[in-house]
Design a binder for this molecule. Sequence first.
Ligand SMILES: NC(=O)C1=CN([C@@H]2O[C@H](COP(=O)(O)OP(=O)(O)OC[C@H]3O[C@@H](n4cnc5c(N)ncnc54)[C@H](OP(=O)(O)O)[C@@H]3O)[C@@H](O)[C@H]2O)C=CC1
Length: 425
Amino acid sequence: MEHKVCIIGAGSSGIVACKVLQENNIPFDCYEKGSGIGGNWRYMNDNGMSSSYRSLHINTSKKVMAYSDFPMPEDYPDYPSHYQIMEYFESYVNHFGFRDKIRFKTGVERVEKLSDGSYEVTLDNGEKKIYTAVMVASGHHWKPRYPNFEGEFNGLILHSHDYKTPDIFQGHKNVVVVGFGNSAVDIACEAARTSTGKVIISTRSGAYVLPKYILGKPFDTLNKYSVEWLPMWFKRGLLSFCLWVARGKQENYGIPKPKRPLLSEHPTISQDLFSLAGHGKVHIKPNIQKLAGDTIIFEDGSQEKADVLIYATGYKIAFPFFDKNFLNAEETNEVSLYKHVIHPEHKNLFFIGLVQPLGAIMPLAEVQSEWVARILKGKSKLPSKEAMLADIESYKGKLRKRYKTSPRHTIQVDFYPYKNMIKRL
Ligand SMILES: NC(=O)C1=CN([C@@H]2O[C@H](COP(=O)(O)OP(=O)(O)OC[C@H]3O[C@@H](n4cnc5c(N)ncnc54)[C@H](OP(=O)(O)O)[C@@H]3O)[C@@H](O)[C@H]2O)C=CC1
């Protein structure tokens, strides 16, 4: 069967999907809402979906993040800025020469499955196109998830998605950042360097904070030596030892130790937090109990006056182009996909980059795309629908056992084991 594929989005997952299909001579069109490639990594992207802030640097190292056949420039630092990552993506697209297959400023409004199994794609200009397969690469860090605290806050409230520059912290601003993921820590550190006021991270679960370096090497480059068959207790012990060597106990800096074991949450990575917390520039408090005008009351009964409240509370997984009865993940962030790629009920509907790795998404989006290309060419066979559904349930069970139950842990994968598994498939 001759395929024609629709790729939705030209971010870091969409461009590698384009490259892989082109290499495999599979015809495709890619649609991108904004006027350029890069998705989340395009600061101030005019598609309105980027959550990048001006000071953003990637928190996985350049070697782990790069696509397999296109290394990042030698003169890039270990942890490039979003400007450098964008340059890298631009040269990737130029090098492999598929920019003309991407239709910019063209959003996908609707994707509907037809009775013959093909997909009707409606664009935002009303145009309708038919495809035999759809690769969804529209990202999962663009639709803010808000908490629902009792009471009202009078000051400035912002979700981390809308945070761009630290000007809002200028002067003597007291700042409370809710959440203890990577957005929360980056923004709290930036606030602490900008404001002379008090900066607080408010967290309901706490976090183990991993430094970017250990023994002078990017932390994630050590990860490749941990082989997938090692038991979890051993991996935990090894990581615990590495953390002890790299930074001692995090409690020594005023960062409480979570009550659950290591590797049961998406990692929070920061080199700066230790220093700023140790200097008393960032304080950690429990979750918010109540908002009361200019005062924030925490669950331990303490109160703080605040000027700025940042919700760094993560994102909803959303696909606005699907009918809610066809696919809806927003409330739970649960999407039932075989190996996080294949929809077992809908043939030739694929999801690229819809994973949250302990590592970078880009090389995983690459192996996923290669797998999809093989499926489309009939070179890889899928198991039965029942077997795929059973595999999905079994994986969900493993996630529930390992991770704290939370919408942020529904698409979690271990970088190297997942990459190797997709390669094997
Ligand atoms: N430099 C970089 O490369 C950066 C990368 N990122 C990546 O982007 C992705 C998104 O990160 P991020 O924006 O930090 O979001 P996350 O989903 O990772 O973290 C959200 C945080 O908010 C907390 N939270 C959620 N809901 C509530 C609530 N109702 N009340 C209180 N706390 C709540 C969560 O706690 P709980 O654990 O209890 O759910 C968690 O601490 C991640 O993959 C991250 O690694 C982000 C920023 C920078």
